[in-house]
Design a protein around this ligand. Structure first.
Ligand SMILES: [Zn+2]
Length: 182
C-alpha cells in the first residue's frame, strides 16, 4: 500500500489497543509505516542513477529500470517485508524489550497489506530469503497522491468509527507490559 494507508491502518490498530498505552495511535501508525524505511536505499539510489534533480525515484523510474530488483539497494526492502524477518527478528526483539504487541501487529499489517498491493516483479517475497513471490493484484505503491488519498479514506473512516463507537480495546495488544506502557 501507500504510506498514508499504512499509517491509518496502524492508527486504527492503536485505537483498539488499551488506553493505558501512551500515544497508542501514533505508535501504531509509526510501526505500520516502518517496513518502508528500507526504501531509503533504492529510492535515492535510482533517483540519482536516472538523473532526477531531487535524488528520489518516481514510479515511472522503477517501471523503466526493472534491474533495480537485482541491485543490493532492493534487498533491505525484501528483508523488512518478510514474514520470517518479522517472526524471527522483529517479534523476539519486541518481546525481549517488553514493548506492547501493538507494535508487532501494526508491523504485520504492513506486510499483509503489501502482499496483494504489489504485483509482477514488484511483488513481495513474504518468506525472504526463500524466493517465493506472492503475486499481488495491483500496484498501490505507484499510486498518485490523489489516488492514495482516495483509497486512504477507507482506513481513515474505519479508524474514526472505532474511535467514536469506543469499541472495547483488545487487551492483548498491551502484552507483555503489565501497567503503564511507555
Ligand atoms: Zn511496504
Amino acid at each position: 500500500m501507500d504510506f498514508l494507508s499504512h499509517a491509518l491502518v496502524g492508527a486504527l490498530i492503536g485505537e483498539v489497543s488499551p488506553k493505558r498505552i501512551k500515544h497508542r495511535q501514533l505508535k501504531g501508525a509509526l510501526a505500520a509505516m516502518s517496513p518502508d524505511i528500507a526504501n531509503f536505499f533504492a529510492y535515492p539510489y535510482l533517483g540519482v542513477k536516472v538523473g532526477n534533480t531531487i535524488p528520489y525515484a518516481h514510479p515511472e523510474d522503477f517501471y523503466a529500470n526493472t534491474w533495480i530488483i537485482d541491485h543490493w539497494t532492493w534487498i533491505p526492502w525484501e528483508i523488512t517485508h518478510s514474514l520470517l524477518f518479522w517472526g524471527l527478528i522483529f517479534m523476539p526483539l519486541l518481546l525481549w524489550s517488553k514493548k506492547p504487541l501493538l507494535f508487532g501487529v501494526a508491523y504485520l499489517s504492513h506486510i499483509l497489506l503489501d502482499m496483494p498491493s504489489h504485483s509482477g516483479i514488484w511483488s513481495t517475497v513474504p518468506l525472504y530469503p526463500f524466493e517465493f513471490r506472492f503475486e499481488g493484484w495491483f500496484d498501490a505503491w505507484a499510486w498518485s497522491v490523489p489516488e492514495a488519498i482516495m483509497w486512504a479514506t477507507i482506513p481513515f473512516v474505519l479508524w474514526r468509527i472505532a474511535a467514536y463507537t469506543r469499541v472495547p480495546s483488545i487487551d492483548v495488544l498491551a502484552w507483555p507490559s503489565e501497567h503503564e506502557v511507555a
